[in-house]
Write a protein that binds this ligand. Sequence first.
Ligand SMILES: Nc1ncnc2c1ncn2[C@@H]1O[C@H](COP(=O)(O)OP(=O)(O)O)[C@@H](O)[C@H]1O
Ligand SMILES: [Mg+2]
Length: 236
Amino acid sequence: MTQLFGQQPHIMLSGVQKGYRFSGEAIPIFSGLDLTIPRGDFVAIMGPSGSGKSTLLNMLAGIDRLDSGTLCIGASRLDQMDEAARSSWRAHHMGMIFQFYNLLPMLTAEENVELPLLLKPLSRKERRVRVEKVLDLVGLGARAKQYPALMSGGQQQRVGIARAIVSDPDLLLCDEPTGDLDRKSADEVLDMLRFLNRELEKTIVMVTHDPQAALFARRTLHLDKGNFVEEKRAAL
Ligand SMILES: Nc1ncnc2c1ncn2[C@@H]1O[C@H](COP(=O)(O)OP(=O)(O)O)[C@@H](O)[C@H]1O
Ligand SMILES: [Mg+2]
């Protein structure tokens, strides 16, 4: 952490209500959720299936709307933005990493990584420089021209990470990023997330089922019945 005192919050949810309608009935998931995540944090979110972990990430990503309450990320009030503003905000401030990578199979690794940059006013050369830099960072510089189908799960996820960071966002949201990987590839991906947090000061929110994956984070929050409880860790 670069700041010792007075860390600014990066994410602030306050009094958040969110539910879904199912056969005409309103089913609440969050009724009055408060959560603060400081800038530079790396937090693991754990919780039973159906407890609302993906809903939380989708609200943070500006994909799902809150029913009511406040969501501040950095200086922005996401709950007050319309769809278009949220999607432009997302392109600048946030990268997402998914369990099943969500790479496009007909594009090479470098073309997949380049996709988020096509929304930005960059020349082809500027895009190429950035893509090369992030593929090198995740150790896949030599596989830039390869298609996802020819890569292992761990390699595909590293392409997913490169795509998430190519616009240099300050926040990464990861939904079960190692859920489909063997232990060794999972640890490589988690090491990379830890590097992005420690060295490049990305704030990371990671949903995971895996207690070993959660240990790579700075802290773990357990979501149960619409509220978060912080896990106490033994002092190292
Ligand atoms: N689009 C939706 N429409 C209706 N219900 C939903 C929708 N998305 C999620 N839910 C319900 O909301 C609850 C929380 O879902 P989710 O956030 O996906 O949980 P988790 O990721 O922790 O498994 C679940 O009961 C789920 O069935
Ligand atoms: Mg989920």
